[in-house]
Design a protein around this ligand. Structure first.
Ligand code: SAM
Length: 256
C-alpha cells in the first residue's frame, strides 16, 4: 500500500492531494473510510492518509479538476447535496472531500444503484443516501438541511431545470456553489455540444456567477463541468420550505 513519492495538497486543500508519477500527476482524496475499494481505485496509507485515487476516467469531478476547473470544490466540514449519485463512485470522493465532519446528501432514484449507495453509506462517515426523484425536491427537502453546495450529474434533458429547482429550495443562500456535470448528449440532437453548453450557460447566468466551464473530453465525451456561485436572484422566485440558516463558513467575496 505504501507509495515512495510524496502526496502534496492540491491548492492547499487538506483532503485533495496530488501525487506525481513518472508520466503524469494523479489526484487522490483523503478518506475517513476503510478498504475495500469502491470501483477498483487504489488506496495508500501514506502519511496523512489513507488516500484513494480520484480517477478522472471514472469521476467527472476529477476530470474537471484535471481539465483546469478553477471554481469551488466541496471542502472540509461542508454539507453538499449531490443529485444523481448512482452507486456512489464520485459521491464517495465528495464525502472524502467534506470529511467526517461534513455531509453529502446523495440523491438517487434507481433502486439498483441505490442499494450499493446504501452499503457505502454504512462505510463512509457523512455519506447520506436519499432515495428520491430530483424532479421532486420537496419530497426529500425535510431530510436535507440547507446545503453549502450542490453537485449534479443526472444526464437528463431538463438537467438545468432540475438543478435550479433543487438549488432554490435546498441551498443555504447566495454565494453557495453549484456544479453541474453537463451531458450534452442528453439535451437533444438539434444542437452541437458547444451550442448546448452556450444555451445552458445562458440559462444559468442570471442566477449563478459562472466560472469558466471546462470540457471533460477526453475523459467523458460531450460533457462539461458548468457552474458557479448562486446569485441572490436565484432565490427571488418561489417560497422556501423553512427559514434559511446563515452561512457557517465564508467562501470569500460574493459575486452576486
Ligand atoms: N454521479 C455518478 C458518479 O459519478 O458516480 C454517475 C451518475 S449517472 C451519469 C446519472 C444518475 O442519475 C443515474 O444513476 C440515474 O439513475 C440518476 N438520475 C437520473 N435522473 C434522476 C432523477 N430525476 N432523480 C434522481 N436520480 C436521477
Amino acid at each position: 500500500m505504501r507509495e515512495a513519492r510524496p502526496f502534496r495538497p492540491w491548492k492547499e486543500s487538506p483532503r485533495l492531494v496530488e501525487h506525481p508519477r513518472r508520466d503524469r500527476t494523479e489526484l487522490w482524496t483523503r478518506t475517513a473510510a476503510a478498504p475495500p475499494a469502491v470501483y477498483g481505485e487504489r488506496w495508500s496509507d501514506a502519511p496523512g492518509g489513507p488516500y484513494r485515487t480520484f480517477d478522472p476516467m471514472r469521476a467527472k469531478l476529477a476530470a474537471a479538476i484535471v481539465r483546469g476547473w478553477e471554481g469551488d470544490l466541496p471542502a472540509e466540514r461542508e454539507r453538499w447535496l449531490y443529485l444523481g449519485a448512482a452507486s456512489g463512485t464520485t459521491a464517495s470522493h465528495v464525502a472524502d472531500l467534506v470529511g467526517p465532519d461534513g455531509a453529502v446528501y446523495a440523491v438517487e432514484r434507481s433502486l439498483r444503484p441505490f442499494a450499493r449507495l446504501l452499503a457505502l453509506g454504512e462505510r463512509w462517515p457523512g455519506l447520506l443516501p436519499v432515495l428520491g426523484d430530483a424532479r421532486e425536491p420537496r419530497s426529500y427537502s425535510a431530510l436535507v438541511p440547507p446545503a453549502d453546495g450542490l453537485y449534479a450529474d443526472i444526464a437528463q434533458p431538463d438537467q438545468i431545470a432540475i438543478v435550479l429547482s433543487n438549488a432554490r429550495l435546498l441551498l443555504r443562500g447566495a454565494g453557495a456553489p453549484v456544479l453541474i456535470a453537463l451531458k450534452t448528449a442528453s439535451m437533444g440532437r438539434d444542437a452541437s455540444a458547444p451550442e448546448h453548453l452556450r444555451r445552458a450557460e445562458g440559462e444559468l447566468e442570471p442566477v449563478l456567477a459562472l466560472e469558466r466551464s471546462v470540457k471533460l473530453d477526453p475523459f467523458h465525451r460531450g460533457h462539461y463541468l458548468v457552474g458557479g456561485r448562486a446569485r441572490a436572484a436565484l432565490f427571488d422566485d418561489g417560497p422556501r420550505p423553512r427559514a434559511r440558516r446563515p452561512p457557517e463558513r465564508s467562501r470569500g467575496p460574493r459575486r452576486s
